[in-house]
Design a protein around this ligand. Structure first.
Ligand code: S3P
Length: 433
């Protein structure tokens, strides 16, 4: 894989970008449609490597997935109780969402399924899903004391039992896995989160006719006989992809960029709150609905940013945007202190370590802490050129790219991993020069 050189840009970012489909919603659109028994047309699907891992897994389980164009699919399932025993190992690739949600969907089934994934996914903690599912009666066996891939889901031998799970960390993947298992379990299944994580599973299940009960931070689900699939699912643009342009246009002088069709579900808009607190110039226009999700066009202009502090309470609303926010902080006047971000250490790579090791090559301004980052920003920062490693982590690669674009250039080692969530990223970037 060749390195990629990103030059410093010598003008402002101007024009419009259409933001590709949301990764979390794309995964769920295919998974849930495969539990219905009528065709669902999915539009603005994100054709990224992660979402295609989900397509592969659902096909192995008997769902029919027709790919009409890269962003348009028709998925037809065999009904809620119609999943088929897979004849091959289910490969989740790099995708934690595919693996964790599918463990929840497959734990109640009366057939064996075996999961694998790439080397990054083999290192990530799966005990957080296996443990609560086992408490419901599931029989899941994994390496390293039932915590890591490869993982085998064995039939439980009886119906899973609904229960109440107080989640130690806010995680939409864990929450979703338990709710999916709850679709098949006896009695009521309840999850309680310390802070609300993204609610795409809840919104989409409701659009499939499932009634959820909410009480404070608790969400409850009952077993269902069937799901009633909608005819169409329109995937909103991914704010986690828009994040790179929100930051780049904020810090590159003379920018005025319109980001079109961005999902603004309040469980995902933490980055807008943080950038606004830093003094960003961001305007939401044309607010509307895209199926069950709210979207808007976002106009972002360059601004003088200042440092800020934030922590655990907002983290689930921006957890994937911390790398991009770090770049905003590197350009802001004063210090930014991020706490409560320990989850970053178990993402596609240890992002706290990756950010501090690689970004300090470009500008010595970052201190890693156990659960966060301290970033010294400001015009006194001397931006250097450097060769930086992506760790094959898509969000680290894209963050390095915008840092090089806004700073003093960068050469990225292992740049192609952007395919995991934003295959057209470098093409969009080239169009801005
Ligand atoms: C996701 C949930 C988050 C997020 C990930 C996608 C989802 O992970 O980081 O990129 O689609 O449910 P956690 O549940 O581990 O916080």
């Amino acid at each position: 894989m060749a390195n990629r050189v990103v030059e410093k840009i010598k003008k402002g970012l101007r024009g419009e970008l259409v933001i590709p489909g949301d990764k979390s919603v794309s995964h769920r659109s295919v998974m849930f449609s495969a539990l219905g028994d009528t065709p669902v047309r999915i539009t603005n699907f994100l054709p990224s490597a992660d979402c295609l891992s989900t397509v592969g897994v659902m096909r192995s389980l008997g769902a029919k997935v027709e790919i009409l164009s890269p962003t348009e699919l028709v998925v037809t399932g065999n009904g809620l109780h119609g999943l088929k025993e897979p004849e091959t190992v289910l490969d989740a690739g790099n995708s934690g969402t595919t693996l964790r949600l599918m463990m929840g969907m497959l734990a109640p089934q009366d057939f064996v399924s075996v999961f694998t994934g790439d080397s990054s996914l083999h290192k990530r903690p799966m005990g957080r899903v296996i443990k609560p599912l086992s408490q419901m009666g599931a029989n899941i066996v994994g390496r390293a004391g039932n915590t890591k891939l490869p993982i085998t889901v064995v039939p439980a031998g009886k119906k899973l039992q609904g229960f109440t799970y107080d989640m130690p960390v806010a995680s939409a993947q864990v929450k979703s896995a338990i709710l999916l298992a709850g679709l098949f379990a006896e009695g009521t299944t309840t999850v309680v989160e310390p802070y609300q994580s993204r609610n795409h599973t809840e919104l989409m299940l409701e659009s499939f006719g499932v009634k959820l009960d909410y009480e404070g931070t608790a969400i409850s689900i009952q077993a269902q006989d069937k799901l009633t699939a909608p005819e169409e699912i329109l995937v909103p643009g991914d704010i986690s992809s828009a994040a790179f342009w929100l930051v780049a246009a904020s810090v590159i002088p003379d920018s005025e960029l319109l980001l079109k069709n961005v999902g603004i579900n309040p469980t995902r808009t933490g980055i807008l709150d943080v950038l606004n607190a830093m003094g960003a110039d961001i305007t939401l226009t044309n607010e509307r609905s895209s199926g069950s999700e709210p979207v808007a066009d976002i106009l972002v202009r360059s601004a003088s940013l200042h440092g800020t502090s934030f922590g655990a309470d907002i983290m689930p609303r921006l957890v994937d945007e911390i790398p991009a926010i770090t770049v905003a902080a590197m350009f802001a006047e004063g210090e930014t202190v991020i706490t409560g971000a320990g989850e970053l250490r178990v993402k596609e790579t240890d992002r706290i370590q990756a950010i501090s090791d690689q970004f300090n090559k470009l500008c010595s301004c970052i201190t890693a802490t156990e659960d966060g980052l301290i970033i010294k920003g400001g015009s006194q920062n001397q931006w250097r050129q450097g060769t930086c490693f992506s760790y094959d982590d898509h969000r680290i690669a894209m963050t390095l790219a915008i840092a090089g674009m806004a700073g003093n250039g960068v050469e990225i080692e292992q740049p192609d991993c952007v395919d995991i969530s934003y295959p057209s990223f470098y093409e969009e970037m080239a169009g801005l020069y």
